[in-house]
Write a protein that binds this ligand. Structure first.
Ligand code: PGA
Length: 253
């Protein structure tokens, strides 16, 4: 089963709008088979969505981040247990926007990853190079290996990896520059080898998704490749019709 994971980032601005988008996704998803849907809104909309999902849906809730400690004097932070109160099952860890704007290091990402998996949640680990200049694969490798070191093999079944080249993420200025499916496939095969080196055959079942400017028009190219286990969808996921169409294309055998 492939994943379609919506990362709403810091959207939408109002509670009403958030409820409207989420309710539409839930209704449109009612007849969808063959794709696992996850919606990751900003934290503050999670309590609203828990009720809607319980009543009508099979969509999983995700958070866009979490803190590694369970409690303590950490102003502004949220723990895994707090997220579980709202029915959260998935947590995005290591998104490049946090690495860049909040200066999250590989060491911080590793701590968050261990906390999420240790709490029994699914981790959506994002890795990706900043550019395709010299030694970009070394950068990708280092980012990935430092995260993998934090994972206990018994928790591997709850790991979802997203290969998301930073340069391919859509911009606020409206630029969409996705990777080519062929190059994304090569990088995903590279990541899969690193996973196998660390965890052996058990790693085969770990899904590796593509993310970065995915939309209705380009998803077909990625969906055609068997190595790609789904997509992390940012801006296009704010349109419920487009998000469900992307999920439908991913779910076709
Ligand atoms: P995008 O974002 O689909 O808008 O490029 C993807 C992401 O950052 O998760």
């Amino acid at each position: 089963m492939r994943y379609a994971i919506a990362n709403w980032k810091m959207n939408p601005r109002t509670r009403q709008e958030a409820v409207k988008i989420f309710s539409t996704v839930v209704s449109l998803a009612a007849s969808l088979k063959g794709a696992a849907l996850v919606v990751c809104p900003p934290y503050v909309w999670l309590p609203e969505f828990m009720g809607i999902r319980r009543a009508r849906g099979k969509i999983a809730l995700g958070a866009q981040d979490v803190f590694w400690a369970e409690e303590g004097a950490f102003t502004g932070e949220i723990s895994c247990t707090m997220l579980k109160n709202f029915g959260v099952k998935f947590v995005i860890v290591g998104h490049s926007e946090r690495r860049e704007h909040l200066v999250e290091s590989n060491a911080m990402v590793a701590k968050k990853l261990a906390a999420v998996l240790g709490a029994g949640l699914y981790a959506v680990l994002c890795v990706g190079e900043r550019d395709r200049k010299e030694a970009w694969q070394e950068f990708l490798k280092e980012e990935f290996i430092s995260a993998l070191e934090a994972i206990h093999p018994k928790n591997l079944a709850r790991l979802v990896v997203v290969y998301e080249p930073v340069w391919a993420i859509s911009t606020e200025a409206g630029e969409w520059r996705a990777d080519t499916p062929e190059d994304a496939r090569t990088s995903i095969i590279f990541l899969r080898r690193l996973l196998a080196d660390r965890f052996g055959v058990k790693a085969r079942a770990v899904p590796i998704l593509y993310g970065g400017s995915v939309n209705q028009s380009n998803i077909g190219g990625f969906a055609a490749l068997e190595e790609i286990s789904g997509a992390l969808v940012g801006h296009a996921s704010l349109d419920p019709v487009e998000f469900i169409d992307i999920a439908k294309i991913l779910s076709q055998p």
